[in-house]
Design a binder for this molecule. Structure first.
Ligand SMILES: [Fe+2]
Ligand SMILES: [Fe+2]
Length: 274
């Protein structure tokens, strides 16, 4: 197992200029305008940790988008479908930088260690290219990306300061296309999928949903901090977030999957997590 430090750099020069030209709105964001003079020490640490964690999650999502793109190419997916998804890794790299810069605005990144060999779970090589592409589209897009949109949008609406508002607004705008994409892939592939393929996709969706539940159960067990003046993050309160997350899972993930004939486990019959 590797234990690398998650750190980022820019190559600079002409490469950075070309990267900046692709997304000029980043430079226009009100960097350096957050007044942190009333923030408590623990709020700053929480904000630095949250934005660094967000940068790492965006990095993971970039890997997930690239893996899905490769699988779609291997499945000879339609040119326009592949074409629009080739923009997603770029979007995610922009999000990585935005979140990392937000951590810097709050005083600097915090330490994250990880194994780069296990950033995402790839599809099984024994599956056909079409089912591999669909599995990754389901796990990374129909579950992962589709769930994050309503949650990001709610976080963006709560942001008061112009800088996090601009950053979250940019991310929300890009993510809208990512969230719908997985279902577009499914709609394209459905005529060629067998009931066994659909059952496999259902199991894989449940793997992704189980992962979300574990994260939320962990969040639910953490102590709550009361809203207070000087809160740098001003993200959603935990209970509000969890309620929105469970709602989004039902309406934005499970319902559209089931509508396409992807069979999911009936969670109403399971004991609630403690
Ligand atoms: Fe993203
Ligand atoms: Fe995304």
């Amino acid at each position: 197992m590797r234990n690398d430090l998650f750190e980022l750099e820019l190559l600079g020069g002409a490469t950075e200029r070309r990267f900046r030209a692709l997304r000029p709105e980043l430079g226009a964001m009100p960097w350096g305008t957050m007044d942190l003079s009333r923030a408590r020490e623990e709020d700053l640490i929480a904000a630095r940790r949250a934005w660094t964690g967000a940068a790492y999650q965006e990095h993971r999502t970039a890997v997930a988008c690239a893996a899905t793109l490769r699988a779609l190419l291997e499945a000879r997916a339609p040119v326009d479908l592949v074409g629009i998804s080739s923009r997603f890794p770029l979007d995610e790299m922009v999000h990585v930088e935005l979140c990392a810069r937000m951590a810097m605005e709050c005083g600097g990144g915090t330490e994250i260690r990880y194994d780069p060999d296990y950033v995402v779970l790839d599809a099984s090589p024994s599956l056909s290219p079409l089912v591999r592409a669909c599995e990754l589209a389901v796990r990374f897009f129909c579950v992962g990306e589709a769930i994050s949109i309503p949650l990001l949008r709610a976080t963006w609406k709560k942001a008061r300061h112009p800088l996090p508002r601009a950053v979250l607004g940019r991310i929300v705008k890009d993510e809208a296309a990512h969230g719908a994409f997985g279902f577009t892939v499914l709609d394209w592939a459905l005529p060629d999928l067998t009931p066994e393929d659909l059952a496999h996709l259902g199991r894989m969706a449940d793997v992704g949903i189980d992962f979300l539940h574990r994260q939320w159960d962990d969040l639910a067990r953490r102590p709550r901090s009361a809203p207070h003046d000087g809160d740098v993050l001003n993200w959603m309160a935990t209970d509000e977030y969890l309620e929105a997350a469970h709602r989004a899972l039902e309406y934005n993930v499970r319902a559209p999957l089931k509508a396409r004939g992807v069979p999911l486990r009936d969670r109403a019959l399971e004991a609630p997590a403690r």
